[in-house]
Design a binder for this molecule. Sequence first.
Ligand code: SAM
Ligand code: DTB
Ligand code: SF4
Length: 333
Amino acid sequence: MKGRLSRHEYTVTEVRQIHDLPIPELVFRAQGVHREHHPPTEMQLCSLLSVKTGGCPEDCAYCTQSSRYDTGLERQRMMKPPEVLEAAARAKAAGASRFCMGAAWREVKDGPAFDDVLQMVRGVRGLGMEACCTLGMLTEDQAKRLAEAGLTAYNHNLDTSRSYYKSIITTRTYDDRLRTLENVRKAGITVCCGGIIGMGESIDDRCGMLATLANLDPQPESVPVNALATMPEGIRTALSDRPPVDPLELVRMIATARILIPKARVRLSAGRDAMTREAQVLCFLAGANSIFYGEKLLTTGNPDVEADQGLLRDAGMRATELAEAQLAGQGGE
Ligand code: SAM
Ligand code: DTB
Ligand code: SF4
């Protein structure tokens, strides 16, 4: 909450002291924080859909959808609200409680495409699901219109530290990102903000990003931790040659995020399809309580629905019920 009496501003050094703890100490501390704030066996299942794919003018080096690189991804026309709502209904029937719609835009432009997105948001809320969008930069007025349509959350990632950011994206700044997050916050929409590891950044960069996230006031309600997506499907990015992320590094990021941002949903995001079940369960123990659910993320693969249902069952965990999602989503209206 704004105006907290003794708000602590984290430094990179402090975050690093947590991040570098021996894993048994780190996970033990994270579990303690997790249990204080969340039911430890409950997992939010969130389905993703790319409603406008490819042809993006930005130069994000990690992204398959940037038109600045030859990624081999086929550009697709923008989907219409009825098609999107059919996909949302299918996701709901499969057990998802949140539906996130992504568009390969630099920023939202007012006009028919944005009006369609507003209709999609109203439709998803009408299904009783939480609705999330990730559409690039937003003005204050656009955020307000999304809030009026019932949007629960807006995803806009910091991606990495302020200093490494310039090596990954040159077409918009870190401050642009922070401004959009502020507009989302002012409109009363919950903030989903995290980043990616495995892009060649240092451990200090990772901890710097976590410090910035933890120092946001209020802190984000949702923190996605992505491993740079590996692309067996043949599509590429400017960073495709990076070695794969060691899952223990994701465990460290998740546990540290859990300790620093206790109330957030920490989301084990891109990268699960390259992980064993055991590594994923270790991430759950470290405090991850949300996953993307469904065969596809935006353009790359994700474990299939049966595999995830089996994983939750065998781990003795359960998916967030729709009714709980509705209650949680009320804050965003
Ligand atoms: N165009 C909008 C934007 O960039 O804000 C929304 C879509 S964008 C694909 C959403 C986020 O997905 C990015 O900020 C990034 O953190 C994540 N992402 C994109 N490509 C990824 C990849 N190859 N691996 C991991 N995460 C990725
Ligand atoms: C986030 O942090 N991860 C999701 C969601 N927010 C939009 C996207 C992951 C994208 C992975 C690469 C792809 O599928 O294109
Ligand atoms: Fe465009 Fe978003 Fe991909 Fe960047 S991450 S290239 S803004 S779709």
